[in-house]
Write a protein of this length. Structure first.
Length: 400
């Protein structure tokens, strides 16, 4: 997944995402509004906790707070992209690590070895330094750990049943290390014990991690999922649908099993609207090929209010999807979500808590639409299901 995101980001110039302080860590800034050549793939905290570094896939290094700049691989031709970094105990240097296990040392960082001669089962995704600064660990995407210098082996996540690969690796300055997976699961290893905790799930992949050596908490970096902008074709609708599924796989990763809503418990997103197309296999009205219609269509004039079917949190607002046009996705918990497509206007933002019947936007004809209507989807664990039995009687079930 990380390699795929990097490839897409490098091609489309995806913005690098946020640094998100967690569990009490201070905020020292990020590059969320900046345009850089490569996406952010890792980070390291300064020993004081008063700053951190971010590293991009091309080896560019960005310093915040009391973190100093000691060099980058920007002038080198890399065999593999940079995937992580670690800081020395003094804060006077750092290492960068590449996906093939190559290590680059800057400032007062010493070189203690690499995995360059090994055949890896999974690419390296991050590294962490020992408290002495005389060694480091590397972590692979499958949770495997490699120790160098005075670093001891304290365990790995290679035998843990992970939903997402490891994407970040760090240490809090003690003789231990911590991994974070793409959906925010934090796994710690120390001489005393290993532990697994779950960070707040987010509607975008976690791409990096750094513990706060100067106090409580940690930082994570995130990378936005790319919005597909395909050449308009019959493949565009399945591509947009797959993007919503991928988004929900992150946003709902901390939730348990699916709990289906009761029949008739969801309110109509456009009360009184005429159902103009049903859920299921149909001949696409524009492309003339048979494919799954992943929701139901409610015909209504442009500008008609579109309402939330139930309480939840907005996890996606997309302005330019090829088939879906303007889109809002709401997570209702219990791995249940609804999607509202072809909107002419949007009235909510990602992160907004919404209540049943609250206006999300307005009916439109953006994306693939032969006239103004709402395309409404209900998803269980990311998979579209027929919403009709779950909607209340205010939705008019006219023949398709």
């Amino acid at each position: 997944m990380l390699a795929a995101l990097l490839a897409v980001a490098l091609t489309l110039g995806i913005p690098p995402g946020d640094v998100i302080p967690d569990a009490g860590a201070p905020d020292h800034g990020d590059l969320a509004e900046a345009e850089i050549n490569s996406p952010i793939v890792g980070m390291a905290g300064s020993p004081s906790g008063g700053g951190y570094w971010l590293v991009a896939a091309d080896g560019g290094v960005f310093a915040f707070g009391d973190a100093g700049f000691f060099g980058s691989t920007g002038s080198l031709v890399l065999n593999s992209p940079i995937v992580g970094m670690a800081a020395t105990s003094s804060g006077g240097g750092y290492w960068l690590v590449a996906a093939d296990g190559g290590v680059f040392a800057f400032g007062d960082a010493g070189f203690f070895g690499s995995t360059g001669s090994l055949v890896l089962n999974s690419p390296i995704v991050g590294m962490a330094a020992t408290s002495s600064g005389d060694g480091y660990w590397m972590a692979a995407a499958d949770g495997g750990v490699f120790a160098f210098g005075d670093a001891g082996f304290l365990g790995s996540a290679a035998e843990v049943d992970l939903d997402r690969p490891v994407v970040g690796f760090g240490t809090d300055g003690a003789e231990g290390y911590t991994m974070v997976t793409g959906d925010g699961v934090v796994i710690g290893f120390s001489e005393a014990a290993s532990s697994i905790a779950t960070a707040e799930c987010r509607p975008e992949p976690v791409s990096g991690f750094a513990a706060n050596a100067g106090g409580p908490g940690w930082w994570i970096t995130t990378t936005p999922l790319p919005v597909p902008r395909t050449v308009p074709s019959a493949a565009s609708s399945p591509a947009d649908s797959a993007t919503v599924d991928e988004l929900l796989s992150y946003a709902q990763a901390c939730q348990g099993d699916v709990v289906e809503p009761a029949f008739g418990s969801l309110s109509s997103p456009v009360p009184g609207a005429r159902r103009s197309s049903s859920f299921g296999s149909r001949v696409h009205p524009i492309w003339g090929v048979r494919q799954l219609h992943a929701g139901i269509d409610a015909a209504a004039p442009t500008g008609t209010p579109v309402l939330a079917a139930s309480d939840g949190e907005v996890v996606q607002v997309a302005a330019g999807m090829t088939a879906y046009g303007r889109l809002v996705v709401v997570d209702h918990g219990d791995r249940v979500a609804t999607a509202y497509a072809h909107l002419s206007a949007v009235d909510v933002e990602v992160g907004d808590a919404v209540t049943r019947g609250q206006q999300l936007g307005r009916v439109g004809s953006t994306g693939f639409a032969t006239g103004p209507h709402l395309h409404f989807e209900l998803r269980f664990d990311g998979v579209p299901v027929d919403p009709r039995r779950y909607l209340d009687a205010t939705f008019v079930s006219a023949p398709a």
